[in-house]
Design a protein around this ligand. Sequence first.
Ligand code: GRF
Length: 212
Amino acid sequence: MKKIVVLISGQGSNLQALIDACQQGRITANIVAVISNVPQAYGLQRAKEAGIATDVLEAKNFVDREAFDSALQQTIDQYQPDLIVLAGYMRILSNPLVQHYAGRMLNIHPSLLPKYPGLHTHRQAIDNGDSEHGTSVHFVTEQLDGGPVILQAKVPIFPGDEEDEVIERVQAQEHTLYPLVVNWFIEGRLEMRDNAAWLDGQRLSEQGYAAD
Ligand code: GRF
């Protein structure tokens, strides 16, 4: 079985969707470890309940980002994963770490990239009067939230929507989208080449895979 390491910082609802998909055979791989930079992240409980190994690395115990990321890389590599999945990991990765995992690290970002990289995407979409928002799964590159998009899902924004309502709508999509894309990778259907995402040998567009 192929091996996945998941990095989190918080709730871990996407982690839970991945755990469920592995248990139900929708992802044909094992999550071998969950690593958090936040000791109290609820996602760590989810991992423990599923019998998955956990590690915590706190930034305050390291002199700088390079030292932190070097320890993070060592922690990840001891599990010899085929794929590293960022699931609400809220810390910027240094370039050497990103390069080390080039083509085998995925992220999910709550916006229709390239729109709204960075934080507070739902708030920005509401404040700008957007009628739709969404989420993107992409390969991780040195450009923050800028790697090749693999798959997106859109949700509507209705007049008067609160931020929480939009977040909930987006997350419901994420929980379907992420396991699907992770399994594409695990099955060897997905790769990053020439700074683009390729599925079944076809180069995907800037919005990722689009069903006919
Ligand atoms: C998700 O909405 C994801 O897009 C973003 O952070 C959030 C994490 O949520 N990167 P959770 O921890 O998976 O519940």
